[in-house]
Design a protein around this ligand. Sequence first.
Ligand code: SAH
Ligand code: SF4
Ligand code: F3S
Length: 437
Amino acid sequence: MAEPKKLYIKTYGCQMNVYDSERMAEVMDGYVKTETPEDADMILLNTCHIREKAAEKVYSELGRFKNLKAEKPDLRIGVAGCVAQAEGEEIMRRQPMVDLVVGPQSYHRLPELEAKSRAGQKPVDIDFPEEDKFEKLKGRPKASRGPTAFLSVQEGCDKFCAFCVVPYTRGAEVSRPVQQIIREANDLVERGVREITLLGQNVNAYHGEGEGGTWSLAKLIWELDKVDGLERIRFTTSHPNDMSDDLIEAHGTCKKLMPYLHLPVQSGSDKILKRMNRSHTAEEYLKLIERIREARPDILMSGDFIVGFPEETEEDFQATMDLLEAVKYGYAYSFKYSTRPGTPAAEREQLSEDVKSERLSRLQEVITRHQREVQDDMVGRKVNVLFEKPGRLEGQMVGKSEYLHAVHLQADGLKAGDLREVEITESGPNSLRGQIA
Ligand code: SAH
Ligand code: SF4
Ligand code: F3S
């Protein structure tokens, strides 16, 4: 048998891209994955367009492979993901050594595109095809897996926040049918997975076809709750306006649903929220969190913030700081606003970099303090840990608590996939330590 060819994939951006990279690796029959681009017969960059100058960074990253390509003309170089979707053929004009370009909705066609490129063509496929890429990906060879996995249930977004490219790169909101998801979940569990994170750009807007009509995310979660061997369910990312009553209730009653919720708000100022087209106020968001905490008092909240959005005054920024104090997030991700071509806010007058940087550092100071306090509060408590891999020290294992904190433990005989009750004894800079309870 011919030796398998080697595929190197570099993944940028969100969990959706991580999931897509796994699917792309699976679809490429005859290839095995490699971690070193120097060995590769094919290099794929799975790109993200959310940060400033994302496309420029892809071009310079591609430049690094120029020598490899010169030494090895058979090497195929492909660009996938959201920059591929946004730039299309422009990528080949700027970097002629790129052999193929594939958007996030077309990657089931990757083998065909590779074959075309080996036949001397330069295929670009950034369609939003009629056929369902997930159906096309069915029945792939089944490698065993680690204890945690992503499962994409919804893609795209109809919200059009004024700063965001996702509605343009990922297209309109689409939900996968219930049966497809349940099948994939069962398959993952057979392969060793015990925790599944349901993915979607707007996952709580899920409205897939199921028995008897359209199902909500909560209904889907209850169906997954029945899957034997599946111990934990998470989902990300949610929009405040789609936090329905049944989903809030599930947080209180579904044992497999983990007490962690990523619910970005972006700003605490109503004026800025309006300019961002977020269609909720700060007060509505806080009320929502109150209701979620009533259903599940120990839930750990996580969020995203943008500072320095056009027209943000010091007063608006203070409103964000107030909201931060009111919620006290266990995790929060914060960004300086940066323009994305084609989005409405990019056309508006911009704040200076200095103002943005200064606000970001003030915001991050509070976020870091809260994260630390929430983590320190775990000391003395008993949590459940799903062990994922050995730690750096001899005999050490690392896993995640239900709150998504990393937990280190010295214990013999533990293996990846084990779930244990652990008493937390210490809180370090980035993780907790504990002992089997
Ligand atoms: N679908 C998710 C996340 C989308 S992108 C949601 O609705 O929240 C992830 C995060 O990147 C966003 O929450 C936002 O905080 C940040 N982001 C998106 N566009 C940005 C921009 N132009 N400048 C700065 N941050 C941005
Ligand atoms: Fe982007 Fe807003 Fe959609 Fe999130 S909800 S993906 S931030 S447009
Ligand atoms: Fe980036 Fe596309 Fe995800 S722009 S954040 S990879 S949806």
